[in-house]
Design a protein around this ligand. Sequence first.
Ligand code: C5P
Length: 234
Amino acid sequence: MTLDARERLIVALDVASVEEAQALVRRLGTAVCFYKIGYQLGFAGGLDFAQALIEAGNQVFIDMKLHDIGHTVARGVESIARLGATFLTVHAYPQTMHAAVDARAGTKLRLLAVTVLTSYDDADLAASGYDFTVPELVAERAAQARDIGIDGLVCAAEEATRLRALVRPSMVLVTPGIRPAGAASGDQKRVMTPAAAIRAGADYLVVGRPIVAAPDPKAAADAIVAEIASAHHN
Ligand code: C5P
């Protein structure tokens, strides 16, 4: 894939209000061109803000992890496609993925499947009624996403190498849990540096707190982009 290093960095706008998001985007300036909006900001005016970001020339990842009956998923996907978003997450259930793939046909929206939430371990799966380990269910759902025509996966960087071998080459791997060397890991248990994640096969990195909570967010973003670029050239 021929992408600039800058285009591979997605900043998670994990803030409570559009005003905070606007201030952060202003500080980041041209250092960042791709933003992720999830539940917190999305349910606080963030979808209108997404439209403004897109009109200003940015790309937007709507991280709403859709999962409902097929008809409802399809109508939701159509609305997000009309917004002009680049990425949207759906849970990797076959019926949900089929509905989403059909609904985004002919648009530029690309669908990312969430295989198993990274907060889940084998005991959480058992409690949910699944007779699979986490790696088994991740592999099963990744293969289903590939066969159904999903455009990419959200995965931990440590899963990227294994999943890269399993999915179509055109599928993108988008990885959160990124921490530049020396940064606090917060509640992320499995973290990787930007360069290591790119080398492991990630196409896009989702970074929240290491940029959003940095004293100088633009400098933090610039440093991560430089690290992505160096990993690509090695
Ligand atoms: O602040 P931090 O860099 O940990 O933020 C990572 C972002 O990626 C958050 O918006 C979080 O919700 C999201 N995410 C994640 N792990 C996943 C899927 C999404 O951390 N498996």
